[in-house]
Design a protein around this ligand. Structure first.
Ligand code: GLU
Length: 281
């Protein structure tokens, strides 16, 4: 078993992150497996080296260990570019010049409340009508063409052992309604969360993806990309979310629940385990 924790260094780790990292770590350790760390730093406008340093420090303090070197997504752009080229040459992608406002207007969102998927408003495929050809315009926003993907008759299923356990199924036709032509590469970013996570989970041989139930809607997107790129589909384990006293999911700005704050107040790693409802070894 290989599990992972994949934080973005855009703020302090809080109790929710501690829970996720500890569950992934404990799951692997229980069967003599490996826990790996990956730094998801593709959004260079939001990441800070100080947050990355704090992640290592907090996780070590919690008692976690992981193999070196740590994978950082900012080093992985060539792998993402290669995957984009493959999908582009198969005619499964198209560039999109729509702004957020264009999408909302085309989807009639201001009046009606347009259908929303895990990536926001379902894209009305405005840019799909433009002629395609030539090399991949790598600088632009690139979307997946689900209408073309639907022709491939892919089996989109994945095993889930956490929240709503069992085998989850969907179809590309269903995704056309529920998700729409999602962005696979963001303008000027040369990748997206979805593409990077799928390529890197495969590169790190992750067998069990442990993460919060709030990301479960994105898993169908990840399974679709795995099938298109010939990558294995791991088992998914979406866990419960750690909430604040008002029942709200913790966010990066919840500094009060930052691990660093608890540390400064004299908490021990076992206190953190107790706070998130995990057994203390
Ligand atoms: N980098 C993501 C986050 O910090 C994690 C995504 C994942 O586990 O797939 O929320």
């Amino acid at each position: 078993m290989i599990t992972r924790f994949a934080p973005s260094p855009t703020g302090p780790l809080h109790l929710g992150h501690a829970y996720s990292a500890l569950v992934a770590h404990d799951m692997a350790m229980a069967v003599g497996g490996t826990f790996v760390l990956r730094i998801e730093d593709i959004d260079q406008s939001r990441v800070r080296p100080a947050w990355e340093a704090q992640i290592y420090d907090d996780l070590r303090w919690l008692g976690l260990t992981w193999p070196a070197p740590v994978m950082r997504q900012s080093d992985r752009l060539p792998a993402y570019a290669k995957a984009l080229d493959i999908l582009w040459s198969r005619g499964l992608l198209y560039p999109c010049t729509c702004t957020r406002k264009d999408v909302l207007t085309a989807a009639n969102a201001p009046q009606e409340g347009a259908p929303i998927g895990p990536d926001g408003v379902i894209y009305p495929r405005t840019c799909r009508s433009r002629p395609l050809g030539g090399p991949l315009p790598a600088q632009d926003t690139i979307r997946i063409d689900l209408e073309r993907v639907a022709d491939l008759n892919l089996d989109l299923s994945y095993p889930e052992t956490g929240h709503r356990p069992g085998v989850h199924h969907t179809t590309v036709a269903q995704m056309q309604t529920d998700v729409g032509d999602f962005v696979i590469s963001r303008k000027g970013m040369f990748t997206s969360y979805h593409l990077s996570v799928v390529i890197d989970d495969a590169a790190q041989h992750i067998t069990h993806v442990v993460r919060g139930a709030d990301i479960q809607d994105a898993t169908q997107v990840h399974v679709l990309l795995q099938k298109l790129l010939g990558l294995p589909t791991p088992t998914y384990h979406h866990h419960r979310l750690i909430r604040d006293d008002h029942g709200k999911r913790l966010a990066k700005r919840d500094d009060a629940r930052a691990i660093a704050t608890y540390r400064a107040e004299g908490a021990t790693p076992n206190d953190i385990r107790r706070l998130v409802g995990l057994p203390v070894p």
